[in-house]
Design a protein around this ligand. Structure first.
Ligand SMILES: [Zn+2]
Length: 412
């Protein structure tokens, strides 16, 4: 299928040979990736990573436009003929943890590591930009390159949209969007995605349970918030299983409990810190209401109070079904049917590409990069201090970005 309804122009570039082309530039892709990997930057302000991107774009004759509130880069590949716009996104930020892989290009920054593979995303998107720029004369339309900081919890994509990302290639917004995410959950070179909800929405839970402090030997004279908080933690699990449709999954985890100072004092307050993950706005609203109701109700039943704060995180990442079928079809023609897998269920992690997908029909595709010989059950995952991404997978990502862009623009 195609997402554009224009007749196929025989002069348009084809995707045949793109994987070979991606493999032929692999040494450069690897060099860019390792350069960024050595100097990871966390958050929204990533000046060194931004400089690498601007430098590499300049080599291609492309001018990168930088963000105001964050160190993003936007560039536009202008096809030689008129046509639609397609958006390709690579996120840029690292994570705040120490790298323990022992790789000879390990992080040189203490306490920062590209443990989610966003260094590979930048390198893959630059590789795709090179292949597309080489073919631009025959390309009908534009390719909007989105290099994004602050994916890890800071919503960099949302800020880039606010700063005009979707109008950067002209008044007509993109008609398709692709993000690629590398991961060790799948063998090297496989492509995994699904139509509809692919990743979860997040909400941060903060609950303060307040009682009355006192002597641990005389709880009847105090009002013990720890017993109340314990009841809340368990009741939240019962709420999820009894109140939420099992076919519309939700996760509630209280991941941190803070209270007390020693063994003979009943404290005044317990702090509960956790997360909600849902894959539909319906169950998200139900769970949010349920957490508040259960916490406040149980506290009230014991004469205590619960103050509940639910901070909204990223929305559900929803792949457009038609665009997803198109990406899967494109991936099959690049790497073969067996290498392309439709995910059976959403992944309960979250992604701020969801903000782009709220505005543009598109998809996020996972590219497997688990090194051969690693046991799937124990291979270090994304966000691990030991995770190693198998670099040959990057050629698949480069080819997929470029092929999806070409096919979307040419309607082939
Ligand atoms: Zn990531």
């Amino acid at each position: 299928m195609t997402t554009t309804e224009r007749p196929l122009d025989p002069a348009s570039p084809s995707i045949a040979g793109l994987l070979d082309a991606a493999r032929s530039i692999q040494p450069d892709t690897v060099a860019i990736r390792r350069r960024i990997h050595r100097q990871p930057e966390v958050g929204l302000d990533l000046p060194k990573t931004q400089a690498v991107i601007l430098e590499e774009l300049a080599k291609l004759g492309l001018e990168g436009r930088t963000g105001a509130a964050l160190s993003s880069v936007v560039a536009v590949i202008e096809g030689g003929r008129p046509g639609p716009t397609v958006l390709l996104r690579g996120d840029m930020d690292a994570l705040p943890l120490h790298e323990d892989t022992g790789l000879d290009f390990s992080s040189e920054i203490d306490g920062a590591m590209h443990a989610c593979g966003h260094d590979t995303h930048v390198a893959m998107l630059l590789g795709a930009a090179r292949l597309l720029q080489e073919r631009r004369a025959e390309l009908p339309g534009k390719v909007l390159l989105m290099f994004q900081p602050g994916e890890e919890g800071l919503g960099g994509a949302k800020t880039m949209i606010e700063e005009g990302l979707l109008e950067a290639a002209g008044p007509t917004p993109p008609t398709g969007a692709l993000a690629v995410h590398i991961g060790t959950r799948y063998p090297t070179g496989e492509v995994h995605l699904r139509p509809g909800p692919e990743m979860a929405a997040t909400d941060v839970i903060r609950i303060w349970v307040r009682g009355r402090g006192g002597h641990a030997s005389a709880p009847h004279l105090a009002l013990d918030p720890i017993a109340v908080a314990a009841e809340i933690v368990l009741a939240l699990q019962a709420m999820v299983t009894r109140r939420i449709d099992v076919f519309d999954p939700a996760v509630v985890t209280i991941a941190q409990i803070t209270a007390g100072t020693t063994n003979n004092i009943i404290p005044e307050t317990v702090f509960l810190f956790g997360t909600i993950r849902t894959v539909s706005e319906e169950s998200r609203a139900e769970v949010r209401a349920g957490v508040k109701r259960v916490a406040e109700g149980i506290a009230a039943a014991h004469g205590a109070t619960a103050e509940v704060d639910l901070e909204p995180g990223y929305p559900v990442t929803i792949n457009d079904p038609a665009f997803t079928a198109f990406v899967m079809d494109t991936a099959r023609s690049l790497i073969g049917d067996e290498q392309v897998v439709e995910l059976k269920a959403p992944i309960m992690g979250a992604e701020d590409f969801s903000y782009v997908l709220q505005r543009v029909p598109g998809a996020m595709a996972f590219v497997g990069a688990r090194p051969a010989g690693q046991d799937p059950a124990t291979a270090p995952e994304n966000h691990s201090n030991l995770v190693v991404f198998d670099e040959p997978a990057m050629a698949v990502g480069v080819a997929l970005y470029a092929a999806v862009a070409i096919r979307h623009l040419t309607g082939s």
